[in-house]
Design a protein around this ligand. Sequence first.
Ligand SMILES: C[S@@+](CC[C@H](N)C(=O)[O-])C[C@H]1O[C@@H](n2cnc3c(N)ncnc32)[C@H](O)[C@@H]1O
Length: 310
Amino acid sequence: MACLWASFACYLHKDTFSHAMQAYAVDPETTAITIMKPIVHVERNYHSFAGAQYVLPSDDPEKERLALQHRVLKKMFENRIVIPPISFDAADKILDSGTGSGIFLLDLIENKTVPVSVVLQGLDIESRLFPVEDPRIMSRGNVYFTVGTVTKLPEDWENSFALVHQRLLIAALRAHEWVEALSEIYRFSLPEEKHLSLVYTLLGAKGLLRDISVHLPKMLETAGFVDVSVEERKVPLGHLGGQDGVDARNNFMGVYRGMKTPILKAGGLGFVSSEAEFDEMMDAMEKEWDDTPGAEFNFFIIYARKPRVE
Ligand SMILES: C[S@@+](CC[C@H](N)C(=O)[O-])C[C@H]1O[C@@H](n2cnc3c(N)ncnc32)[C@H](O)[C@@H]1O
């Protein structure tokens, strides 16, 4: 899954803008800008990544600004850090593209938003702000920072990430680089498992909510409930999880196999073209659960209270 934040405060007053442009010649047809003469000033530190056009500094004041910006944005989005409806498995990996000071990853750790086993990877064209000496990073032991560009991710990361998070690269990427970046993010995102896609497609075709556990807390609040609580449990899946794993596997296989008729009646939804293919797909899924250490299913109990009438 990809989560891209594209907003940028762009409310320059017209006069401010024209003042800022005085050092340039602007071709009104193409809007191409030619720097006429550099103006001597006290310079800050900027990246030195070959070919990158990023125009903001990389220094301590910028690190502080990124922390401030993180707080502002987080508050605007109801203090959520991970915005898409996604829950993480123990073996998942998350990429923060254009991580800067790593403030997003640090907050994930601080707020225990994802299981501690989830590998966190930061990527940036500039390493100066990487929080590699932060005790939270060092003690977790599975947080990595790499210098590189989102327009060309390391090949061995392909199909790796359950979530790719990228925030505020508006001052960084040219039009063609956005296309390259999105294509890389697509290539390096973990594909949804085929059987899950099949079930999600069926639920979607019927207008059912596949991620109701994510939406329910907000829906309860909207309905007037207060003190919404969420309790999450992970149940092992498959025989590596002992008797609990076997029981859960048998239960959930019963759910999946029970959807055969609606799926086949809908023509296989582009996933299977015969009953035998459906059965094979289910058998393969059962085997995968049995063979995968750490395979698990998440359960949520969500409860809330109707407030007392005063
Ligand atoms: C405005 S900062 C945002 C940092 C971070 N995403 C956050 O929300 O705090 C943009 C970051 O993108 C990085 N960046 C710019 N061009 C990049 C590229 N092509 N690939 C990866 N990172 C890039 C910059 O070095 C900078 O750290």
